[in-house]
Design a binder for this molecule. Sequence first.
Ligand SMILES: NC(=O)c1ccc[n+]([C@@H]2O[C@H](COP(=O)([O-])OP(=O)(O)OC[C@H]3O[C@@H](n4cnc5c(N)ncnc54)[C@H](OP(=O)(O)O)[C@@H]3O)[C@@H](O)[C@H]2O)c1
Length: 223
Amino acid sequence: LKRPFVFINSAMSADGKISTIERRQIRISGPQDISRVDGLRAESDAVLVGIGTVLADDPGLRIRSESLRRDRLNKGLSENPLRVVADSMARTPVDAEVLGPGCLIAVSMSAPEERLSRLSERCEIVKCGAKRVDLSGLMSILYERGIKRLMVEGGATLNWSLIAAGLFDELYVYIGNLLIGGRDAPTLIDGQGFSMDFPMLELSSVERMNGGALLIWTVNREL
Ligand SMILES: NC(=O)c1ccc[n+]([C@@H]2O[C@H](COP(=O)([O-])OP(=O)(O)OC[C@H]3O[C@@H](n4cnc5c(N)ncnc54)[C@H](OP(=O)(O)O)[C@@H]3O)[C@@H](O)[C@H]2O)c1
């Protein structure tokens, strides 16, 4: 499969939660980490999230720093990376921050036509997968469009699907200095979980940051 280099970036509490039990976004990292994430966006060709994250957080997924946006324009790139949402049933609200030029919603063949026609006024739509977005299909489509470096910004369910399908290469995890708890609060990776053949990682960097730490893990396909 020809696909982009895929890395997941996430912030979690010291107990591995990425939001609260109410799925409410809370501040896990600090200013240094926020600008690090901005830098990662600026170096990416596209940013991908799941519809759960759009509904919970309504992220804009654009680069915050004006100078990073200007650098991209000077290099002949688009001001922001392509913003992509995996949204099988086209549930993205028409007033979602992510929409607008430079946004692509990946839907399945089962997405209702009337939602698609409303959404298509605000973004581009691609169909792949019968009932759910076929992530390997989406990767091929993105690769064909020149996306070589894809940043995944969650959430828990999309992270799981990508990892379970072997569609990721690197994991950036910021571990913040707080505890969230709650059995049903989203973790870095939810989904079904592995019972065997656990993906193995190699630790490539550890850095203290904003009272917590940033870990960079690479997939170790040899283990
Ligand atoms: N701390 C952080 O770094 C961070 C970052 C992002 C999000 N979050 C938190 O994570 C939570 C959201 O996570 P979430 O697990 O609810 O949602 P999510 O992973 O953002 O989105 C999951 C949804 O994506 C859609 N999807 C489409 N194709 C898929 C596929 N092949 N595999 C998996 N999902 C697919 C599914 O809905 P359909 O079937 O309708 O398509 C699925 O329910 C929020 O509480 C948010 O605050 C935290």
